[in-house]
Design a protein around this ligand. Structure first.
Ligand code: XUL
Ligand code: CO
Length: 433
């Protein structure tokens, strides 16, 4: 036991009328909806990195957080784990996620980094078993150390490719050992700063081969979780290859991996790509590659990846609407890849940021489920395309330009514009949020 969160009570559900700061008002983990508990629908996960490894820096200043476990010894890594699992107990969320670099200090050599990973995952495994908290996903940090400054798999230096492969291998081993339900690849440095020094075709090939080897190795060791790619258009690189869902799908198709790899979609990354979050979710679902979400938002004015906790129920509702239409989560979940603002110094800020985010998501999720059950939106969408259901119209898609042209003239086809009814549909959404 540490005393980091001393005097902070366990957060439980008290209902929408509660004014207790330390209570859920909307997230009742046990509440049943469509035959499943809210806990099982939402599958909340806490990100180790922003909550326990991030010092509060920004481009103009360093550490603001004073955390007793900051440092690079294994004893401090164990203290960090103790505090993390104390927060998990207070919040009661079912999952957490890590990068290797978050949970233990890097060693002087790859072998030492790997053996430290084995040591800390023994400890994390004991803590998981004692608490019931599970690993939603593991991932390798292939972007912080200066060796990765020119990329990991896409690096011009084959030694960095090799180092990256070896790092992913031990991170996959660690994820399997801890029963992780997914493995994530976010290509933070897989991109370029300037085309003047970049061979795009070669780098894309290297990234594709690395991903094939990841999929092969996961199968070899019997990892039956989902391999996920997390797209982001830029930042830290000027251009990142995993730009958005549609771009990643083209990449997966090229390497024959579209049936092997799914997407971990992040709200803030969707915004950076010039999309809405629901666009990315709907696109992934339509391509059969929806996997999991990072539910952290960006500030719409600052234009960079601010990783804030969600607080906009209508936005979250539209996101979960797409998640529900895709059939909900299987191995995926709702990870909060979210960090406090650097002025939010207190331990209690960390707890209540998450508790509030759980409530925002629960409200959004319930609104989404109600919109889907109501059916008015889906009925309107179906009606909009109904003319395609007639045999003559459906046959057009396997016809030819000249045959269609002949029919247009013979039948005097004369399209009559119809309203898209956008405001009426937005009014329907407003009934639920
Ligand atoms: C970076 C980001 C990462 C990934 C995991 O923007 O979202 O934290 O989620 O590497
Ligand atoms: Co993320």
């Amino acid at each position: 036991m540490t005393d980091f969160f001393k005097d902070i009570p366990t957060i439980t559900y008290e209902g929408p009328d509660s004014t207790n700061e330390f209570a859920f008002k909307h997230y009742n983990p046990a509440e049943q909806l469509n035959g499943k508990s809210m806990q099982d629908h939402l599958r909340f996960g806490v990100a180790y990195w922003h909550s326990f490894a991030w010092p509060g820096g920004d481009p103009f200043g360093g550490q603001t957080f004073d955390r007793p476990w900051f440092g690079d010894t294994m004893d401090l890594a164990r203290m960090k784990a103790d505090v993390a699992f104390e927060m998990f107990r207070i919040l009661g969320q079912p999952y957490y996620c890590w990068h290797d670099a978050d949970v233990r200090p890097e060693g002087a050599t790859l072998a030492e980094s790997r053996s430290r990973m084995e040591e800390i995952t023994d400890y994390l495994g004991e803590k998981q078993a004692a608490s019931g908290t599970k690993l939603l996903w593991g991932t390798a940090n292939l972007f912080s150390n200066r060796r990765f400054m020119s990329g990991a798999a896409t690096n011009p230096d084959p030694d960095v490719f090799a180092y990256s492969a070896a790092t992913i291998k031990y991170c996959l081993d660690a994820t399997l050992k801890l029963g992780g339900e997914n493995y994530v690849l976010w290509g933070g440095r897989e991109g370029y700063e300037t085309l003047l020094n970049t061979d795009l075709a070669r780098e894309r090939q290297q990234a594709g081969r690395m991903l094939c080897m990841v999929v092969d190795y996961a199968k070899k060791i019997g990892f039956d979780g989902t391999i996920l790619i997390e797209p982001k258009p830029q930042e830290p690189t000027k251009h990142q290859y995993d730009y958005d869902t549609a771009t990643v799908y083209g990449f997966l198709k090229d390497f024959g991996l579209e049936g092997e790899v799914k997407m971990n979609l992040e709200q803030g990354h969707a915004i950076l790509a010039g999309h809405s979050f629901e666009h990315e979710l709907a696109m992934a679902a339509s391509l059969g590659i929806f996997g999991s979400i990072d539910m952290n938002r960006n500030d719409y004015q600052s234009g960079w990846d601010t990783d804030q906790f969600p607080n906009n129920v209508p936005e979250v509702a539209l996101a979960y609407y797409e998640v529900l239409k895709a059939g909900g989560f299987t191995t995926g979940g709702t990870n909060f890849d979210a960090k406090l603002r650097r002025q939010s110094l207190d331990p209690v800020d960390l707890i209540l940021a998450h508790a509030g985010a759980f409530d925002v998501c629960a409200r959004g999720f319930k609104a989404a489920a109600a919109m889907l059950a109501d059916g008015a939106l889906e009925d309107a969408r179906t009606a909009r395309y109904a003319d395609w259901d007639t045999p003559a119209n459906a046959a057009m898609l396997t016809s030819s330009l000249d045959a269609i042209a002949a029919r247009v003239e013979a039948e005097g086809v004369d399209p009559q514009p119809k309203s898209g009814r956008q405001e009426r549909l937005e009014n329907i959404v407003n009934r639920f949020v």
